[in-house]
Design a protein around this ligand. Structure first.
Ligand code: XMP
Length: 513
């Protein structure tokens, strides 16, 4: 059966991938491509529909991003959004101007519910507007299907030519019935069957990876996090033993984590690949000895990773492809879909400089985190790996204040394991952004049995956050904190106090370094 696809043409807007995601939520595969892609390539992809994104430019300026008018003449349905709607009008010779008043934010829009785009939408519906220009008059032959007091052409269409445009953003959640509109476009106007699921992504990706790689050699830096694990399994399914995964255990992982990763990806695990575990704990501890300054610790951990990996890469020799588990939120919004940054914060920054390879493969580039998780489950990766909380590349190195020693690593590993176990057992982990134990550099007097102690204080942290840029301390149930505290002081040697960090970000950070 022919594969259905919607192409999003990227004109530099900030919601491009969100549009693709919303289309995928209609069970139709969707890819974002730069507006410069060219007519031939576009035809070759044979999309069932094309969506023009928004963008920051004014269509009438000289260097505005524009595609050719021919795109509108392919007979393929087109939906223009915001800048994309203005571009459609402009390409068809209609006037686009600076609006007398800009509209920004939630706006009530009157829509014509007889339009196929607005089927089952309320006649007065709240939409997200964000524009300074507007279409002053619809092109000839177009019907105006929505308006606001400020914006005379908030939507327009020419159904025979399958051209549709909306000034507002149906893809953002503030547009109450936006998903319905996109569904109407994709499933109604474009006539897509909607049989795409995550398993199709997985299958298609495996197939195209196989074609691209041929008999080439592939190298992957595996951290055991969700993204690199899903990327590695996709590659393993595509090319089996042509893939080598290098997993560096820097001695700053959570309790038992190194062994868990090995159990899944190592020779005893279910996947076909070459797995190299480098036990570099001692090397790291030696380099970190006596270092207390947080940024310096981070630098050492990052640099040492590159060195270790370089040594391993040398043993393997030149490879054809280097895999990166970059996911969409890591892709810097170049706005024009042209460039992505290497996931520098994820421990793999700098790798491309020390590994000899031809091309980078980023199979998850188009996905959001929850989509990556779905793909992971589809690939049979164990749930505890798929639903792992984010864990920083420098690991426990950013959860130990002051000098890092093997003893302190042991303390924080054990305390953290107990804490996570108790939070999860009580079901208090639902909705938490991140929760973990950290080791303060404070020792204080305590009493245990009849003995005086002088031991460390462990800090427990739990935050609610949606974007990790800001966060607030979570109000964990007191019983959970008490239970974790009592177990930590009883079971972890070297700890006589447990504190709960009530600070938000800002002014603190989520990590504790
Ligand atoms: P902060 O501590 O800056 O953390 O509030 C925000 C989020 O980023 C994660 N984090 C890192 N992740 N490498 C990573 O992969 C790092 O160096 C790093 N530093 C912080 C942190 O866990 C939190 O989710």
């Amino acid at each position: 059966m022919e594969r259905e696809m919607i192409v999003v043409l990227d004109f530099g807007g900030q919601y491009n991938q969100l549009i693709a995601r919303r289309v995928r939520e209609c069970q139709v595969y969707c890819e974002v491509h730069p507006y410069t892609i060219g007519l031939d390539k576009l035809k070759e992809m044979n999309p069932k529909g094309i969506i023009f994104t928004g963008g920051p430019n004014s269509v009438y300026t000289e260097d505005a991003p524009r595609c050719g008018r021919e795109v509108l003449e392919l007979g393929i349905p087109v939906l223009g959004i915001c800048y994309g709607s203005q571009l459609m009008a402009y390409l068809l010779g209609a006037p686009v101007e600076t609006a007398p008043v800009s509209e920004y934010g939630r706006t009530e829009v009157q829509v014509d519910t007889t339009s196929a785009l607005f089927q089952d939408v309320s006649p007065a519906t709240v939409c997200w507007m964000s524009h300074t220009d507007y279409i002053a008059q619809a092109p000839e032959g177009f019907a105006v299907t929505a308006s606001t007091p400020v914006c005379p052409v908030a939507a327009m269409e020419q159904p025979e030519k399958k051209l549709y445009a909306v000034q507002f953003h149906p893809e953002v959640m503030h547009t109450a019935e936006g998903q319905k509109m996109l569904y109407n476009f994709v499933r109604g106007i474009c006539g897509c069957r909607g049989d795409w699921k995550m398993d199709s992504f997985v299958e298609n990706t495996i197939r195209s990876l196989r074609e691209r790689i041929g008999d080439g050699k592939v190298l992957c830096a595996l951290s055991g996090g969700v993204d690199s694990s899903v990327a590695a399994v996709l590659l393993s399914r595509a090319v089996g033993k042509q893939l080598t995964c290098v997993f560096v255990d820097h001695g700053l992982l959570r309790k038992d984590e190194g062994d868990q990763v090995e159990a899944v990806f190592g020779p005893e695990g279910p996947y076909e690949l070459n797995f190299v575990r480098v036990n570099a704990q001692e090397r790291y501890y030696a380099k970190l000895k006596g270092v207390t300054e947080p940024e310096q610790k981070r630098k050492i951990i990052g640099e040492e990773f590159i060195r270790v990996f370089e040594e391993e890469a040398k043993k393997i020799g030149a490879v054809d492809f280097l895999v990166q588990g970059t996911i969409y939120p890591d892709v810097i919004e170049s706005g024009l879909g042209k460039s992505a940054v290497i996931k520098s914060h994820h421990n793999v920054g700098g790798l491309p400089d020390v590994v000899q390879f031809r091309e980078i493969i980023e199979p998850l580039r188009m996905l959001f985190k929850d989509e990556v998780r779905k793909a992971g489950l589809e690939l049979g990766i164990p749930e505890y790996l798929v639903y792992r909380q984010p864990f920083p590349g420098p690991g426990l190195g950013v959860r130990i204040v002051g000098e890092i020693t093997p003893e302190k690593v042991r303390i924080v590993q054990e305390a953290d394991a107990i804490y996570r176990e108790e939070v999860a057992k009580a079901g208090a982990d639902k909705g938490l952004g991140q929760y973990f134990a950290a080791l303060t550099n404070m020792r204080s007097v305590g009493v245990m049995g009849d003995e005086r102690t002088y031991d460390y204080a462990v800090a427990l942290r739990a935050v609610n956050t949606s974007d990790f840029m800001t966060a607030e301390a979570a109000q964990l149930p007191w019983e959970v904190l008490m239970k974790a505290t009592s177990r930590i002081v009883n079971e972890v040697k070297g700890v006589n106090r447990v504190l709960y960090d009530c600070t938000g970000k800002p002014p603190a950070t989520i990590e504790f370094e």
